[in-house]
Write a protein of this length. Structure first.
Length: 329
């Protein structure tokens, strides 16, 4: 293909690069695996039985061709089939053509199941060792089932294009609402929590949902990317809650929604010392004020009384003043 043709037809060039990137047996096997789960190089080594340098080379070429996405999380790098672009479309079609009855593919899937089982067991062990602190807090407010039922009513049953769960923790919000979304992404700073979330998403079969290491004050997302943002029991940990709200507003689509779940004001100072809570709940007035500064309208749409902790659910939308299409519904 000539240089002039490439300049005139960039989409065709991207397609050609994606085709070249997929045209190798090991890379086809990798695509089949990454369509099921996010994997590190070491996990792919276990499954495919090939050397790390060789697989790293394949992954680099596939990333450059737009077939896969790479996400660094501390010392680890996770890989998954690309979510957007020409390479993503080609990868999806290639994976759909893989014969599930092929013995080689079945061996790959069986080894993948072993890797995911080991991941689940490791995450479960960490959670078991640290569950006491979460259980302690749960006894202080209304049952989670009631909070989740109220949240379900607020979010509704409509289809969500792109769901973002800020401070995803163990991925519970993605478990609850990921099936309603075209894509779901959870962001959290805790590597241990992300390991638990990945395991739970794998168990739930939510291949459309992913988790990423990131800070709620600097989300790894483009402006206006998310249709629904959930901030569930996270804001009281934030160093700067107002800045966190502003950052969420940045990545919210013009007609999108933010659902904030957190404690109403309380006096349990022990939560600061024992559980690193920076704030002891929030008043509707201050949440509304933070919303206005970020061009969001926040309404307290549900109050769930507990003893001694009560939970509030706020629904936020971008204000009409920021809309390019006129007043929001």
């Amino acid at each position: 293909m000539s240089y002039d043709f490439c300049r005139a037809h960039p989409a065709m060039t991207d397609l050609l690069a994606a085709l070249k990137g997929a045209a190798e047996p090991t890379r086809l096997r990798i695509l089949g695996l990454l369509a099921r789960a996010e994997l590190t190089v070491s996990e792919l080594v276990q499954i495919l039985g090939q050397s790390q340098p060789r697989l790293s080379r394949h992954l680099k070429l596939m990333d450059e061709a737009g077939l896969i996405d790479r996400f660094r999380e501390g010392a680890w790098v996770f890989h998954r089939r690309a979510a957007e672009g020409v390479g993503a479309e080609l990868a999806a079609r290639v994976v759909a053509l893989i014969d599930d009855s092929d013995p080689g593919h079945q061996r790959d899937m069986a080894r993948l199941d072993q890797v995911l089982k080991a991941r689940t067991e490791a995450a479960a062990a960490y959670f078991a060792a640290n569950a006491a602190q979460w259980d302690r807090i749960r006894t202080l407010h209304v049952p989670e089932a009631e909070v989740e039922a109220a949240l379900d009513r607020v979010i509704g049953a409509d289809r969500i294009d792109f769901l973002v769960d800020i401070g995803t923790g163990t991925g519970r919000m993605l478990e609850l609402f990921g099936a309603r979304a075209g894509r779901g992404l959870g962001v959290d700073l805790s590597h241990e929590m992300l390991a638990i979330a990945r395991a739970r998403l794998d168990q739930a079969g939510l291949v459309n949902c992913q988790v990423r290491h990131g800070d709620l004050h600097a989300l790894p997302l483009a402006d206006g990317a998310a249709d629904l943002i959930i901030v569930h029991q996270v804001l009281h940990f934030a160093a700067d809650p107002q800045a966190a709200i502003a950052e969420a507003a940045r990545v919210l689509a013009q007609r999108g929604r933010i659902v904030l779940v957190d404690f109403l004001p309380h006096g349990l100072e022990e939560l600061r010392d024992r559980h690193a809570h920076r704030r002891l709940g929030f008043t509707p007035r201050e949440v509304a004020a933070w919303g206005r500064s970020a061009h969001l309208d926040f309404d307290l749409v549900a109050t769930l009384a507990g003893d001694p902790l009560s939970v509030g659910i706020w629904l936020g939308r971008k204000t009409a003043a920021t809309s390019k299409d006129g007043p929001l519904p």
